[in-house]
Design a binder for this molecule. Structure first.
Ligand SMILES: [Zn+2]
Ligand SMILES: [Zn+2]
Ligand SMILES: [Zn+2]
Length: 353
């Protein structure tokens, strides 16, 4: 995927932009083509059909919705099945913030060609329950079940999320990371467990029919195996084959998103004198659909080293505070093969918008 641009003056736009920073044009994302279009209140013509700004534009949603969609809200907003009540203003602020992460996730899924079938069109379709544990103190368990992803909006509060990250000993915790992990559970369910991929998946990740209840009890009582980093991307991944797959899926999205963004910016990095990496020039691509996982890791490992140095130059933690041992590379390869063989032509198609 290339960068988004203003349709009038071609200035670069962020995926979240509602107006052009140079010419001021109101812009919005047209989901089927993943392009920025003019977004006047009266709507805009895209290839012969009429598209309007989403009804949640005041909350920062910059997607367009088809005039004949039967709803004033866009596909991304309609995927949210449950949200905080209208008088819960703090939760609604966090809903707006988390919804931006959700839209970024959906754009990336569409860029990979992954199918997005909404919960309101098909039983077991994708949907989101975006709730806040701060609303009435009731616990909100982040997770996935039968297509529905539940997110605790309190994790949009930096202090809350950071306190959890430290208490759990995690090197990385973001709202976008939660979305990427949970959608990994969803895609394992529809693309692997319901297809012929399941046998190979069990060989690589282990048997997902093992008791999840026992696994979670063991993980929090005894902790992960001491040598977890030899075979897993995170200690959490070592808990159960489902978590291993979801973690690997999230990392697959972390890697490809960062590489493709770098590729769209024509970044090239010269690697010299890095142990275990031969000297060479790396030019990330704007798509890895035709590449192998070895190609992806060949670009990623030196680039991650470079970005970690950049972050340290700013006094920040590493951009990518993880190691990818050989068994994890094989798991990522499996995820890559599932993703690239599951491509659909128009993931966020006009029919479902
Ligand atoms: Zn412009
Ligand atoms: Zn919307
Ligand atoms: Zn999980």
């Amino acid at each position: 995927m290339d960068v988004f641009r203003c349709p009038r003056c071609a200035t670069i736009a962020f995926v979240e932009s509602t107006d052009c920073s140079a010419c001021g044009l109101d812009i919005g994302l047209h989901p089927p083509t993943l392009t920025m279009r003019a977004a006047p209140d009266q709507g805009t013509d895209v290839d012969g059909s009429w598209w309007f700004p989403c009804g949640n534009r005041a909350w920062g949603c910059n997607w367009l919705v088809a005039g004949d969609a039967g709803s004033g809200r866009c596909l991304a907003c309609r995927l949210t099945r449950t949200r905080p009540s209208s008088d819960d203003t703090l939760a609604l602020e966090k809903l707006a913030s988390a919804s931006a992460d959700k839209r970024r996730l959906l754009v990336q899924l569409a860029d990979h060609g992954l199918p997005v079938v909404p919960w309101y069109e098909k039983k077991g379709g994708l949907g989101f329950d975006l709730l806040s544990s701060r609303s009435d103190g009731a616990r909100v368990l982040i997770g996935h079940a039968n297509g529905i992803i539940t997110i605790d909006l309190a994790e949009s509060l930096d202090a809350h999320r950071e306190a959890l990250r430290i208490s759990l000993g995690e090197p990385y915790r973001t709202m976008l990371g939660h979305f990427r992990h949970e959608v990994g559970h969803y895609y394992q369910w529809i693309l692997v467990e319901q297809t012929d991929w399941i046998d190979e998946c069990r060989t690589i990740f282990g048997d997902e029919r093992a008791s999840y209840k026992d696994a979670i009890a063991r993980h929090y009582l005894v902790g992960p195996p001491l040598d977890w980093s030899d075979g897993f991307i995170s200690s959490y991944a070592s808990m159960h084959p489902w978590e291993d797959f979801a973690e690997c899926f999230a990392h697959y999205l972390h890697l490809t998103s960062t590489l493709i963004t770098s590729g769209a910016g024509h970044l090239s990095v010269k690697m010299e004198g890095v142990p275990t990496i031969p000297d060479h020039e790396i030019a990330p691509r704007t798509s890895y659909a035709d590449a192998t996982m070895d190609d992806i890791l060949g670009d990623w490992l030196p680039l991650a080293t470079f970005f970690n140095r950049v972050n340290r130059a700013m006094g920040k933690h590493d951009l990518y505070p993880f190691e990818i041992p050989e068994p994890v590379a094989r798991k990522l390869d499996f995820v890559h093969r599932v993703v690239t063989s599951s491509r659909v032509p128009v993931p966020l198609g006009s029919g479902v918008s």
